[in-house]
Design a protein around this ligand. Structure first.
Ligand code: SIN
Ligand code: CO
Length: 412
């Protein structure tokens, strides 16, 4: 279908999700999509910029190619399972609409600036997922997803700050980025029902990025990107860092669920006190101890955090209709078949004295270190013959396939 947007001199030929190469299957050899840096001093970056100050990284790629067409992005924004937003206008007059969008929505847009933003595109498009690979100098558990934006001339989401680090990779066209001071909850915002726009944004740096250029912005730095000309596409490689509130809330909820009614305050040594109305320091110390002793269990915390961190943000359901069974897994692995990870799934492991804890999509598997490490190393896995022959491997892989986190690559 052709969606003409004459006022913008732009025509989207919407690609339905199923027409995007590899959409929802992610089953293509990784080497076809590899993206690598040719010039980027990662150690220098980590020492001087990561979580410290912004950095413009002029096209560092061995060979940059834009991994997604604007039409494909527009097609994703029409899909019910994909989270997307349209921000129309500029200044405080910007209006936000949430997707999914009707196929004719883009054709209806009046002349003027607008931008379309689509979340977690790496979950749906393997070539966009491949963009994450060079950023794995940051551990996987800190990586969130790739948001992709497309803007007409002058389009952008306005001046704002994020709580997370972001690498803004310019895919197509040009965008002017202005970066300003560190912000916090006291930073004045413009009144707006949907957007958190900074009121008096004064930039200290300004750059125009072209295809392949990258801007790194640490958490809480004010920034604003405005498309210079039409056909401006930007890939935001986003990270996550749990807030203390999220950790306390999640960990306490997990602990509390496993506690029994009988586990409560006791005072067999109670003595009469001068003022019955007083909660004494001794009572407070005992109450506080009840809480802090439970919270101090580091091993239980690690188990909870691994499961919590590996919970998928969006559901890219790969669950098979019928369970695969360990025997089929054994036969497929004996034939040298390769496994693909669901791009929406999260794989992380923790070392333990006797085994590794492998966490996938909120579930823990206690397994051989080699198996956990190979499953966490890349999105496509051909297991070592020794690991592939182990009965424990067959059980773990069958469970991962049944829960929709893994699939065998079908060469046909
Ligand atoms: C954009 O791509 O327009 C917004 C990205 C950001 O500011 O984080
Ligand atoms: Co931002």
């Amino acid at each position: 279908m052709i969606i003409a947007n004459d006022s913008q001199d732009h025509t989207f030929v919407l690609a339905r999700a199923a027409e995007i190469p590899g959409f929802d299957t992610a089953i293509r050899p990784a080497h076809e999509r590899a993206m690598q840096f040719a010039h980027f001093d990662i150690d220098h970056f980590l020492r001087h910029h990561w979580q410290k100050r912004p950095l413009l990284i002029p096209n560092p790629w061995a060979s940059w190619h834009n991994p997604l067409e604007p039409d494909e992005l527009a097609g994703l924004a029409c899909d019910d399972d994909v989270e997307s937003r349209l921000v129309i206008g500029d200044g405080a007059q910007r209006q936000m609409e949430s997707g999914p969008f009707a196929e004719n929505r883009f054709a209806e847009l009046a002349a003027g600036p607008w931008t379309l933003l689509v979340q977690a595109v790496d979950h749906y498009v393997p070539d966009v997922a491949a963009l994450l690979q060079p950023f794995r100098f940051v551990p996987d558990w800190r990586i969130d997803d790739v948001m992709v934006s497309y803007a007409s001339a002058g389009g952008g989401v306005g001046s704002h700050y994020d709580q997370y680090d972001v690498f803004l990779v310019q895919g197509l066209g040009q965008r002017r980025w202005r970066v300003g001071p560190l912000c916090d909850a006291q930073t004045p915002l413009l009144p707006h029902p949907d957007l958190r726009l900074i009121a008096d944004f004064e930039a200290s740096d300004e750059w125009v990025l072209g295809p392949g250029d990258i801007l790194y912005v640490p958490p809480r730095y004010a920034h604003e990107g405005v498309a210079v000309g039409d056909d401006c596409m930007t890939y935001s490689i986003g990270f996550r860092a749990p807030s203390r509130a999220e950790l306390v809330d999640g960990w306490c909820e997990d602990l509390a669920e496993r506690m029994v009614e009988e586990d409560r305050y006791v005072d067999p040594d109670l003595e009469r006190q001068a003022c019955p109305g007083e909660i004494t320091p001794a009572a407070i110390a005992r109450l506080h101890g009840l809480v802090t002793q439970a919270l101090a269990d580091r091993e239980a915390f690690a188990r909870w955090f691994g499961a919590h961190n590996s919970m998928p943000k969006y559901d890219g359901d790969w669950r098979p209709d019928t369970p695969i069974g360990a025997a089929t897994v054994r036969a497929n692995l004996a034939n040298g078949m390769t496994l693909a990870r669901n791009p929406a799934s999260r794989f992380v492991f923790m070392r333990q004295p006797q085994c590794h804890w492998l966490f996938v999509d909120g579930k823990r598997f206690d397994c051989e270190s080699a198996l956990a490490e190979q499953l966490c190393a890349s999105s496509e896995i051909t297991l070592d013959p020794k690991v592939a022959a182990s009965a424990e491997t067959h059980t773990v892989i069958a469970a991962l396939i049944d829960q929709g986190s893994l699939a065998f690559i079908d060469d046909d």
